[in-house]
Design a binder for this molecule. Structure first.
Ligand SMILES: [Ca+2]
Length: 553
């Protein structure tokens, strides 16, 4: 939060933090034992170790970028690859290790680029292939990675494949899309219900048939039952891997094949994903993350744990955290992560988001109550999984009001970097209006505020960095006798951490966790909660909406 904000957390949490810190200093000189000092590692060296090799993504912090809204370099008001390259140092300073770029391939932009018209080129709005090469080189020189958005279920109607396929029923690509004489197909009964609109079938007057589209009519589904299609899209994957991209976020990947058996993650789709993984494994340290079709366990995307996706988005948490933090019960959060633990095969690791390009801004979803997204962010950074930030979350960006494509544009507004004209984003007219209070939430303003959003995120990401326990350590949930305290242990072979989150925003709580068996006395690294060993139990005290991250070994 900026200082000028009237949101409750900005002032109260700051005050509580200072108060508790002061009190802690007082009591330690009288009754409490001094905090232990544990051997400190060279965290930069640890981070370098953990972020190298094929498992790097388990320890990395990812950052989703809408290139169109991050940084304009040319003055046309549209963010581009050259602009993004200029901002790499700012993102690295925040603690970002890897970028996921929303679609940058040529597209009529009927769906913000999720309607690709050419799989092997760069959208002219965003630059050239040389600009991408330069971005990759600049990122790699900084130890950062770049993932592209891979939209394989459908193309744009403007893609050459579709333009050819629609010509007649006998052309070489006649069977590359799903055509039918009727707005239905007995082979895929599930394909009657589109995600958008009222029909999944649109009449094409050129060919004189209907085509199937799971999403907008301008996004015809590819026909993966044609082996040429599967081969062609795997070639697209090789094309980008050869170019040096570090991996992919795979859009609605579960929907590739439809059959009588269903429309999501049927065996043929799983087989394709295994093949896709095989392609990535032919390159060094590449990774891919799945966008699941539905809520629920992401287990279907992991197969045996290491033969399908490296990661899959935990949509239950991404969509559900606002509900968790509106209440005051710890159990739903604990239950969720316990279910994730039990449900995933060994080797699988979810990707944890608070927001993305399809969701309203965290600020809007919490009515501007910072303590909610901040506590959720602590869970995001310390529970098993890889954190994916959505650009601007570190500034608590407010929603916009202008719509260019659809209502999701409210969370796709330009990044405010400074209070200069154009807010450092552009010297021209931005393609869409900034969100509310943009100048006040700019990086320059937030960075100058030690209690602001940016400082919070930077501190949190620094805490995770170079600490193996948060990337791949075990999780042990510690139930307490107070139902509003979330308490858990993350442990790597040589370090142990305890995280405490107070779910009650209004009252302080004290909880006892019997059988906690902490290996040592707590040293607080973050937050305002206190933790003490009492025999084999642990006693935790949390102020309203309080948090604490402690090292105990
Ligand atoms: Ca499909």
């Amino acid at each position: 939060m900026s200082r000028a904000s009237n949101s409750p957390m900005g002032v109260t949490a700051l005050a509580a933090g200072v108060f508790v810190l002061g009190l802690g200093g007082c009591t330690s000189s009288s009754s409490s034992p001094p905090e232990p000092v544990y051997p400190e590692k060279d965290r930069a060296a640890e981070a370098a170790r953990l972020l190298s090799g094929p498992d790097w993504y388990r320890h990395a912090v990812f950052y989703e970028v809408y290139v169109r809204s991050l940084q304009d370099s040319g003055g046309d008001g549209i963010g581009d690859l050259r602009g993004l390259a200029v901002r790499l140092d700012d993102l690295k300073a925040l603690g970002v290790d890897a970028l996921w770029l929303m679609p940058i391939m040529p597209s009529p932009l009927a769906d913000s680029g999720y309607d690709v018209s050419d799989y092997r080129a760069i959208h002219p709005d965003y630059g050239t292939m040389a600009d991408l090469d330069a971005l990759l080189a600049a990122a790699h020189a900084r130890g950062m990675r770049v993932m592209l958005d891979l939209v394989l279920n459908h193309t744009s109607v403007e893609h050459a494949w579709f333009q050819e396929s629609r010509q007649d029923r006998t052309n070489p690509r006649a069977d590359w899309y799903v055509w039918s004489d009727t707005p239905s197909s007995p082979d895929i009964p599930c394909a009657q219900v589109p995600t958008f609109g009222t029909t999944a079938w649109t009449w094409d007057a050129v060919r004189g048939q209907y085509y199937f589209h799971r999403f907008f009519p301008s996004q015809p589904d590819l026909n993966y039952w044609n082996p040429e299609v599967a081969a062609a899209t795997l070639d697209v994957v090789r094309f980008w891997l050869d170019r040096g991209v570090d991996g992919f976020r795979c859009d609605v990947i579960g929907l590739l094949y439809e059959s009588q058996a269903g429309c999501s993650m049927i065996p043929e789709t799983s087989a394709y994903i295994r093949e896709l993984r095989g392609v990535l494994d032919g390159y060094r340290d590449r990774t891919m993350v799945a966008e699941p079709t539905f809520f629920g366990s992401t287990a279907p995307y992991f197969g045996g744990g290491r033969d399908m996706f490296h990661m899959a988005f935990d949509f239950d948490f991404a969509f559900g955290w606002t509900t968790y933090f509106e209440g005051s019960a710890a159990q739903p959060v604990a239950d969720h992560f316990a279910a994730v633990q039990q449900g995933l095969p060994a080797g699988a690791q979810n990707a944890i988001q608070l927001g993305n390009h399809d969701l309203p801004r965290a600020y809007e979803r919490t009515n501007g109550i910072a303590s909610r997204w901040r506590r959720a962010a602590i869970v995001q950074a310390t529970m098993p999984g890889t954190p994916f930030l959505y650009y601007g979350e570190e500034l608590a960006l407010r929603p916009g009001t202008q719509v260019v494509v659809d209502g999701r544009d409210h969370a796709r507004t330009p990044m405010p970097w400074s209070a200069d004209p154009g807010l450092g984003f552009t010297t021209g007219q931005p393609w869409i209006a900034f969100g509310a209070d943009a100048a006040r939430t700019s990086l320059a303003v937030e960075r100058a505020d030690p209690d602001g959003e940016y400082a919070f995120y930077k501190g949190l990401l620094a805490l995770r960095r170079g600490r193996e326990a948060f990337g791949t350590g075990t999780l042990r949930l510690l139930p307490t006798d107070d139902p509003s305290i979330l308490l858990y242990v993350r442990e790597s072979p040589d370090e142990t951490y305890v995280v405490a989150v107070g779910m009650d925003e209004r009252a302080a709580h004290v909880g006892i966790a019997p059988g906690a068996n902490l290996p040592g006395d707590p040293r607080r690294l973050l937050g305002n909660a206190t933790l003490a060993r009492e025999g084999t139990s642990a006693r935790v005290t949390v102020p309203p909406a309080g948090t604490g991250v402690f090292r105990v070994r």
